[in-house]
Design a protein around this ligand. Structure first.
Ligand SMILES: NC(=O)c1ccc[n+]([C@@H]2O[C@H](COP(=O)([O-])OP(=O)(O)OC[C@H]3O[C@@H](n4cnc5c(N)ncnc54)[C@H](OP(=O)(O)O)[C@@H]3O)[C@@H](O)[C@H]2O)c1
Length: 217
């Protein structure tokens, strides 16, 4: 698929870009500064063994069928407002966790209850918003050889877009599960501060979640 990553120069976006490129997708990472993205893309292409493009965030969105949003929550609203026109009619995967530094280990519900719900309201109904990857750390994504034993919970209101996101997360090397409608992003986003608390308490580099009790297959 043609995938654009807004904020693809960051910690989370780079690892995702390399893994998707390795899986055979055409990936363009975006940045506020297209030259910064192009420079980072050269490094990522070498890691992936396949060309990763670099462009402005808007050009990355325009080139894509599916867009992954990977900017900090503080930049979430303004970034989406600026890209709403380019995003029209596309699928958007929002991985944002609305942390409230410095208390990143305490749940913070944003005004719209979840970043993903705020995203849907900002970009309008033509954009099929799904949310996931809130519980996957950037350091493990950035190591292309790291094998995950954790799950990704994916929510969204459009069944086809959610199934597509689940497949794409599978291409990152993670098991993704349907976690219901986009409203459930409130719970998914809120779990990350809990995991950050667990990391600190038990000295874990990056704790994750695994759903048990599923039938085999
Ligand atoms: N890091 C993790 O382990 C992790 C795990 C799960 C979910 N997440 C979520 O993933 C998202 C990205 O996290 P990250 O750690 O990759 O973030 P990051 O590295 O701090 O930032 C990602 C990119 O966002 C852009 N950016 C930064 N400030 C911006 C601003 N004010 N306006 C517009 N763009 C800005 C930057 O790109 P340019 O400067 O090139 O424009 C930056 O490279 C966050 O919403 C986070 O909650 C992160």
């Amino acid at each position: 698929m043609k995938i654009g990553i807004v904020g693809g120069t960051g910690r989370e976006g780079k690892g995702i870009a390399v893994r998707w490129a390795r899986a055979g997708h055409d990936v363009v990472i975006g940045s506020r500064d297209g030259e910064r993205a192009a420079a980072a893309a050269v490094e990522l292409s070498a890691l992936a063994g396949r060309t990763v493009g670099g462009a402005s965030n808007e050009d990355a969105v325009r080139a894509a069928e599916v867009v992954l949003l990977a900017v900090p929550y503080t930049a979430h609203g303004d970034t989406l407002r600026g890209l709403a026109g380019a995003l029209a009619g596309k699928a958007l995967i929002d991985i944002t966790v609305p942390l409230a530094p410095p208390k990143v280990r305490v749940v913070h519900l944003p005004p719209g209850r979840a970043a993903a719900l705020e995203a849907q309201a900002l970009v309008g109904p033509s954009v099929r918003v799904t949310a996931g990857l809130h519980h996957v750390g950037s350091s493990e994504l950035a190591d292309p050889e790291h094998a995950f034993d954790s799950d990704v919970l994916v929510c969204g209101d459009d069944a086809d877009a959610k199934a597509q996101t689940i497949r794409l997360i599978g291409d990152l090397g993670l098991r993704a599960l349907d976690a219901g409608p986009l409203a459930n992003a409130v719970a998914l986003e809120a779990l990350t501060p809990v995991l950050l608390h667990i990391n600190k308490t038990y000295g874990a580099a990056a704790s994750g979640i695994r759903v048990t009790g599923l039938p085999p297959g």
